[in-house]
Write a protein that binds this ligand. Sequence first.
Ligand code: PEP
Length: 254
Amino acid sequence: MRKIIIAGNWKMYKTSFEAVELVNELKRTLGDMSEVDVVVCPPFTALVEVKDVISESNIGLGAQNIYWEEFGAFTGEVSAPMLTAIGVQYVIIGHSERRQFFGETDATVNKKIKAALKHALIPIVCVGEVLAEREAGKTFAVIEKQLEGSLAGFTAEEIENVVLAYEPVWAIGTGKTATPVQAQEVHKFIRDWLTKKFDAAIANKVRIQYGGSVKPENTAELIGQPDIDGALVGGASLKSETFSQIVKNCLALK
Ligand code: PEP
């Protein structure tokens, strides 16, 4: 049985003061939650303060990016050991906004996953097609290429520690959500790919989140699908009421 994982991607929102306000509210509503893994991913500047608030709770802490080297002359970058040193447990890798605006490729995503796993950070690895690719009937081909490139060279034991996130790019921040049927068929495709590459036991263990305009109203129908194991939530994670409600709506599922 895969445990549901709900992660909030705060993107470039919230000063450290605002982040502490939000996470204090989340601690009140979700701090004791053990049925669902709850993770918040604030900007780098708020990680330490957020960690201080959630350290005595069940809420996990994630970053939104890492660089693959451990240290060196890489101005502006942050490494895996720097994150683990302050108690970060998860890291989002290959988000479509990083692919679109910061030139990330499957090859750089692959190096970042390697660095994360080496330092026992759980990578949340994002894949997803843009609208033109979906309309051209290329969704599965695009997802397969991203999986092949991003996950190249990992062992089964390593893959078990990866969380995947299927995020159709046309559904991110647009208010358009994939239908449960559209989302489930891609999640099933990803799980079948894992079976082919590794084996059924590994494929059954890996958690695959859906991301793209998830909100309280559509949580149950999406996460109720057999191969959808949680959500990566952007906009709706910025308010404690909506994020908490998404998590609570998962309690009756699976
Ligand atoms: C995201 O940022 O990963 C995301 C899914 O955003 P939103 O929920 O706002 O679509």
